[in-house]
Design a protein around this ligand. Structure first.
Ligand SMILES: Cc1cc2nc3c(=O)[nH]c(=O)nc-3n(C[C@H](O)[C@H](O)[C@H](O)COP(=O)(O)OP(=O)(O)OC[C@H]3O[C@@H](n4cnc5c(N)ncnc54)[C@H](O)[C@@H]3O)c2cc1C
Length: 442
């Protein structure tokens, strides 16, 4: 998508977001107001409504609506989701804190046995929102497994939202007139429908468009390529470099899905490949997948695509390990299109044995204008190519004269990605020409 269109989309979605967050504040303050308790009381209510609208909109951000995520990339949306959750929690906490400081009597009894039900639901939802933030920000430090965290996250988010909505309805403050009650009921319905869409309608649609495993190929470097074919539908239209969430050995109604980049060329969208490195509980099971097993795909997503830069004079790819998977998709696709623009591929691996697409990369050079450089960090003495880590000197050696005009695609672990970006910026490659995909969402 062109830069100008991205800015227009950004402004459009930002406008929708702000409208959804600010509308309750404006409408609920029009007309007869309930007998207030002054500035602090009203400010507390404003924080409460804004925080709640933001929490509700979190479901919108993670519903993976393609029109919303397409201009920016879903990873950006997830980062947005992460930081807005913190802001929303601060607002909701301020709502509570201001009343706690200025009108403590309004909070009434703490005990659920004595307090009205809607005060208890408010308190429990505040606690759940806090737990959501802590477990998300510190998941790795708390040593919570990704899948356990994901289940907890969904259950806590849905429960906290429903409890908070019931708190607002129960208190009824600012909802005295029918119009205001209608507005908030519409909000409540919107948020509930979003949950229904994410948890039921979308998985149901995936269930109706299944794929099946037709081949499992062993690759170098503890990786496997899983090949899937669409069953009774036309498959998925994706761009090289994009990814999909894959659910295997399970129903799409369950939540054990994992994101993987397409490694195949989109030219044949009925035969889709993902190249997966053995890393943890799920990825280590790929090799044992029976042929014929049902697979469900949610995608395509992502903006890490050479196709978004049709006017680029050339491309530089920098990857480490399985980060080569989306680049392989781009190379295969460019070979299919007979694209002869200059390409430089710096492929970083531990040693010769761990280079995932080693043989095909040698072969594909015959079909592309590709300069392939293997950089090995733990090469044996016989290795005569590049060794060590990315450095300014290496880039100066491998990049062409007009390197400032090229588009750069980096995919691999964060330390490598950060180091490569730092060196490129040091060489004055413009920020807007450097694109990266991290294989980690949280
Ligand atoms: C956009 C994107 C594209 C990716 N493409 C590829 C690819 O082409 N090939 C490849 O081998 N890997 C790819 N990955 C990484 C892959 O999703 C994880 O390695 C895999 O989900 C790990 O699962 P596990 O249970 O085997 O490992 P675990 O040991 O359970 O997880 C290792 C780490 O991977 C992350 N992770 C685990 N499960 C998920 C999940 N469901 N969703 C998101 N992150 C998770 C967590 O940070 C976790 O700490 C990609 C990731 C992203 C975000």
């Amino acid at each position: 998508m062109k830069k100008k269109n991205v800015v227009v989309s950004l402004l459009f979605w930002l406008g929708i977001y702000l409208m959804m967050v600010l509308a309750p504040l404006i409408v609920l303050n029009i007309g007869d107001l309930p007998p207030g308790s002054g500035f602090w009381w009203d400010l507390s209510m404003a924080f409460g409504f804004a925080g709640m609208a933001m929490m509700g909109m979190q479901f919108f951000l993670t519903a993976r609506f393609k029109r919303v995520s397409a201009p920016f990339g879903i990873d950006i949306i997830y980062y947005f989701h992460r930081y807005l959750a913190i802001a929303a929690f601060v607002f909701i906490f301020l709502h509570f804190l201001i009343i706690r400081i200025n009108n403590v009597e309004a909070l009434g009894a703490m005990s659920p046995l004595e307090a009205p039900w809607y005060m208890t639901t408010g308190r429990v939802s505040l606690l759940l929102f806090m737990l959501l933030i802590v477990t998300s920000l510190f998941r790795k430090q708390l040593k919570i497994k990704y899948e356990t965290w994901r289940i907890l996250h969904i259950v806590m988010a849905v429960t906290a939202l429903l409890l908070a909505l019931s708190h607002i309805e129960g208190v009824g403050y600012y909802l005295a007139t029918p119009e205001k009650r209608w507005l908030w009921t519409a909000y409540t319905l919107f948020f509930v429908l979003l949950i229904v869409y994410i948890r039921f309608i979308k998985p149901w649609s995936m269930k109706r468009h299944p794929y099946r495993v037709v081949e499992i190929k062993k690759e170098y470097g503890s990786a496997y390529t899983i090949v899937v074919e669409a069953v009774n539908h036309s498959g998925m239209q994706y761009k090289a470099g994009q990814f999909a969430w894959l659910t295997l050995k399970d129903s799409p109604f369950h939540i054990k899905e994992h994101p993987f980049s397409f490694s195949s060329s989109p030219a044949n969208n009925n035969r889709i490949e993902f190249t997966i490195k053995e890393l943890g509980d799920f990825t280590k099971t790929i090799k044992d997948t029976p042929i014929g097993e049902a697979v469900y795909l949610d995608g395509p997503y992502g903006t890490f695509c050479v196709d978004n830069y049709p006017d680029a004079p050339g491309f530089v790819f920098i990857t480490a390990g399985v980060g080569a998977a989306p680049i392989m998709s781009m190379l295969r696709s460019m070979a299919d299109k007979n694209d002869k623009r200059p390409l430089i591929f710096l492929n970083i691996n531990k040693n010769w044995e761990s280079i995932i697409f080693r043989d095909e990369l040698e072969d594909i050079q015959n079909h592309l204008n590709l300069k392939l450089i293997h950089l090995l960090s733990k090469a044996d003495d016989a290795w005569q190519g590049e060794r060590g880590r990315v450095s300014k000197a290496l880039f100066q050696k491998i990049l062409p004269e007009d390197f400032l005009e090229f588009e750069y695609f980096i995919c691999g672990p964060k330390p490598m990605s950060n180091a490569a970006q730092k060196e490129l910026y040091g060489l004055r490659v413009p920020l807007s020409k450097v694109h990266f995909e991290l294989f980690d969402m949280v």
